[in-house]
Design a protein around this ligand. Structure first.
Ligand SMILES: [Zn+2]
Length: 171
């Protein structure tokens, strides 16, 4: 397994819609394993393939950050089937360093996708798990959590990121 480089806001792939996975081949399985390793090392609780420079619909989630193998979720072509409720809570992203903002997300979601054997699976997530699943699926649509903030908040974040030195960044 390898730790991959995580793209940072401003990279064009982060704003591009990812492609559906047609075939689960050994290359995709290796990518998923590397993403799990990358997510745990970061450390993070979720990662989407576009964040490691691959425009494919693949996400990994692990609320336990490697502590509990049962909590690892790897989903190919994930889709939200149902969602209900709303929770506003602070959120961050490995691709948007040092920024945490309050974002509204559904309280509960039902997500379907394929596991690495190509078997269809459904996952029901509440609260934090629902939030992470929505956040990662947003990445596949080329959306960052900052896209869900008000224009004023986005401007403030843009200024904050500029101050850290990278003037070429766009939100
Ligand atoms: Zn993210």
């Amino acid at each position: 397994m390898a730790v991959l480089e995580i793209l940072i806001i401003g990279h064009p792939l982060l704003t591009k819609k990812a492609e559906r996975v047609g075939k689960i081949d050994p290359e995709l399985v290796r990518l998923a394993r590397d993403m799990v390793e990358t997510m745990r090392r970061a450390p993070g609780i979720g990662l989407a393939a576009p964040q490691v420079n691959v425009g494919k619909r693949l996400i990994t989630v692990d609320l336990s950050v490697g502590e509990n193998a049962d909590e690892l979720i790897i989903l190919v072509n994930p889709e939200i089937l149902r969602q209900e409720g709303e929770v506003v809570a602070e959120e961050g992203c490995l691709s948007v360093p040092d920024i945490r903002e309050k974002v509204a997300r559904p309280y509960r979601v039902l997500v379907k996708g394929l596991d690495l054997e190509g078997k269809e699976v459904e996952i029901e997530g509440e609260d934090m798990l629902a939030r992470v699943l929505c956040h990662e699926i947003d990445h596949l649509e080329g959306k960052l959590f900052t896209d869900r903030l008000s224009p004023l908040k986005k401007t403030l974040i843009r200024k904050k990121i500029k101050k850290t030195g990278d003037a070429g960044l766009k939100l």
